[in-house]
Design a protein around this ligand. Structure first.
Ligand code: WTA
Length: 649
């Protein structure tokens, strides 16, 4: 029962390893409709579906004809039972303030805010944008929108004006919900100022609702601005009936970086998504009624949408929600919170673990972590040494680690250990096996499956209920990127953009992105998006961005920049360019280095050789450079990067 190269968990000797897991999986892929119809029964439906899956032109419509409401599933159905007084959220602010919100209170707040939105003219189909920190009003606003059938788009609060404005414009949102600010590492970060600037660029925005969090004094425009607390106090209705929507009604659009300068608006449905996120949360974390679930992520990303808001609430769980930094005011914060709240299931990113690991084992040793039962990670491949640390130092070799591989586009976990079904022996750094209903395969450039042990592109062969419906307002890009990538391959194959390898035991190992998308501290950032922003600066003629390996953040953006005539490659200009990126995209995208060069290495056909530049910044072998147009450009990048490494620039 021991996985290759590591101690796996002791598994009950009585059962055959993986028998149940294999059987469940096999049944699910052989009978997807019967399987998923059974899963959908965990939700409340106002009207049952006519068909389980309609699959046309690479678009899945799950549970067609079925009607439901996400807000009803997340709150109303619980307040009708004993769960009424169960805690939905234990929220902790960074300064240490706390709020405990029961399902009954959540229900009241969601209804009141739905009434407010309704009064502002929000109805089924009206988009609402959110630029919110991690405060309870964020899930409340999401559920209030869902109640009205109004799709929302949440923009991560680490993004800046340009990113917020672009997303708000693209969805033509009529209302923005925000907060005055947020506490981060003891400082106040202003959010309302960013919203004001963005709203000025978005003619569709009629109103801005602001939650008072930091009270640092923000400007309120009497025509556009409303305080959240005033609006709630004046809410006309105490109950707003949840709007029954079609199973394929848009629940939200979440933008994520892709391989072009324009972010992709991942469009998510209601019925399939809720079914999928609930099932996967049960399978990967074996969640139970009495659990205290802490998904330590930001709701601005998909992890928070699916596993801080929709799935745990639909399942009636008690959630922890935390506003601030994991190591503030001291490195023990996260572990103390686990002890104080007796967390049973803890889920976070390798970046956060690497950050906390560097403080040493004495810090977690100060907290009693014995309540923990299952641990999880997401967002990047987890390094085996970090996995082992998590397993030993945090989980005390008692807790399985669910390394969940998935994406914004997939809605929920795709490949992950499944202690909720049966725990297979674990291997440090492998996401193990596909979730039920998921049929992955590793292929080569031609779309042909590669043998076990060979690295290739990960694709998914069957539709699943959590999958995106399309890219908002961009069917063509949806088809091009995800489905038409391997025209020669037979059948329907969803391209994930990741490299993977299956080992001889059938375990999947995820090996990072195979396209031009970086993972910086778990955040997806498109290299071309960054290049576009750099080129928008008056001094820049051309830019090429690659990810440089980083011990904590996994990778950080490094930029080679060709200046226009008349501009000097001065350190001040490099700083200005970094600031420019921060301003347009946000602090998450800040370049770690700007290298000024005369030319960027390109192929003869004019494509930037990012692979070569990446090898240079990572200090690795360059590999095949025969298609390069100009060897001198490579030499120059090498010289500049090495000089900066030596500290002479
Ligand atoms: C990466 C986050 C390895 C992967 C939920 C994917 C992972 C991208 C894992 C999606 C994991 C996510 N192991 N890599 N367990 N989980 N990734 O859309 O490259 O922000 O394509 O969704 O994160 O990032 P996204």
């Amino acid at each position: 029962m021991i996985g290759e190269g590591l101690a796996a968990l002791p598994v009950d000797e009585k059962f055959e390893p993986n028998e149940k897991l294999k059987e469940t999986w096999k049944f699910s892929v052989d009978n997807p409709e019967a399987f998923w119809a059974e899963q959908a029964k965990q939700l409340d439906w106002f009207k049952s579906w006519d068909g389980v899956l309609e699959w046309e032109n690479k678009k899945a419509r799950w549970f067609n004809g079925g009607k439901l409401n996400a807000s009803h599933n997340c709150v109303d159905r619980h307040v009708a039972t004993w769960r009424k007084n169960k805690v939905a959220y234990i929220w902790e602010g960074e300064p240490g303030d706390k709020r405990v919100i029961t399902y009954a209170e959540l229900y009241r707040e969601v209804n009141k805010f739905a009434s407010v939105l309704k009064d502002l003219g929000v109805k089924k189909g009206t988009f609402v944008a959110m630029y919110m920190p991690m405060i309870p009003e964020l899930p409340i606003a999401m559920l209030a929108c869902a109640r009205l059938g109004a799709p929302f788009t949440q923009v991560y609060s680490g993004f800046s004006v340009g990113a917020l404005a672009e997303r708000t414009r693209h969805t033509e949102a009529e209302v923005i919900v925000t907060a005055d600010g947020v506490f981060r590492r003891g400082k106040v970060i202003d959010l309302k100022g960013v919203v004001d600037k963005a709203a000025d660029q978005c003619p569709s925005v009629r109103k801005v609702v602001t939650v008072e969090r930091t009270k640092h004094g923000v400007e309120m425009n009497p025509e556009k601005d409303i305080w959240y607390h005033d609006a709630i106090a004046g809410a006309k209705e105490r109950y707003v009936a949840p709007m029954p929507v079609d199973a394929s009604h848009i629940l939200y659009v979440l933008y994520t970086s892709g391989t072009t300068a324009k972010p992709k608006g991942v469009q998510v449905c209601t019925g399939g998504y809720l079914t999928y996120t609930c099932s996967t949360l049960r399978w990967a974390f074996d969640v139970k009624e009495e659990d205290v679930w802490w998904c330590f992520a930001d709701i601005g990303w998909v992890t928070g949408h699916s596993y801080i808001v929709f799935a745990p609430l639909a399942l009636g769980l008690t959630n922890i929600m935390y506003e601030g930094a994991p190591d503030h005011p001291d490195p023990g914060r996260t572990w103390r919170m686990i002890e104080e709240n007796e967390i049973t299931k803890f889920y976070t990113s390798p970046t956060l673990l690497r950050l906390l690991m560097k403080y040493g084992d004495d810090i977690p040793a100060k907290s009693d972590l014995s309540s923990l039962e299952v641990l999880g990670t997401v967002g990047e491949p987890i390094n085996p040494e970090v996995w082992r640390w998590y397993y030993k130092v945090i989980g005390k070799e008692r807790c399985p680690i669910s390394d969940t591989w998935w994406q914004t586009e997939t809605g929920g976990f795709m490949i992950s250990p499944a202690p909720g079904i049966q725990l297979a022996p674990l291997k440090a750094g492998s996401a193990t096996f596909p979730m039920p209903g998921i049929d992955p395969v590793v292929v080569n450039e031609n779309g042909d499956p590669v043998p076990m042990g060979v690295k290739g592109y990960l694709i998914i062969r069957k539709p699943w209920p959590g999958m995106l419906m399309t890219l908002y307002k961009d069917d063509e890009r949806y088809l091009d990127y995800y489905w038409n990538r391997y025209p020669k391959a037979a059948g329907d194959r969803f391209y994930t953009g990741d490299y993977a390898v299956q080992d001889k035991d059938g375990y999947y190992w995820l090996l990072g992105r195979s396209d031009d998308v970086l993972k910086v501290a778990g955040h997806r950032i498109g290299t071309i998006e960054l290049e576009d922003v750099l080129v928008s600066h008056p001094s820049v003629a051309e830019a090429s961005v690659v990810g440089k390996a980083d011990p904590i953040k996994m990778e950080v953006p490094v930029c080679c920049v060709v200046l226009k005539m008349g501009y000097e490659p001065l350190p001040e200009l490099a700083e200005e360019l970094k600031l420019h990126v921060r301003k347009v995209i946000g602090p998450v995208a800040t370049p770690a280095a700007i290298h000024f060069v005369g030319n960027v290495p390109k192929t003869r056909s004019g494509k930037i050789m990012r692979r070569v530049i990446k090898a240079i910044v990572d200090g690795q072998e360059l590999g095949d450079t025969t298609t390069l147009e100009d060897q001198a450009a490579v030499e120059e990048v090498k010289r500049v990067v090495e000089a900066s490494r030596a500290g002479s620039i």
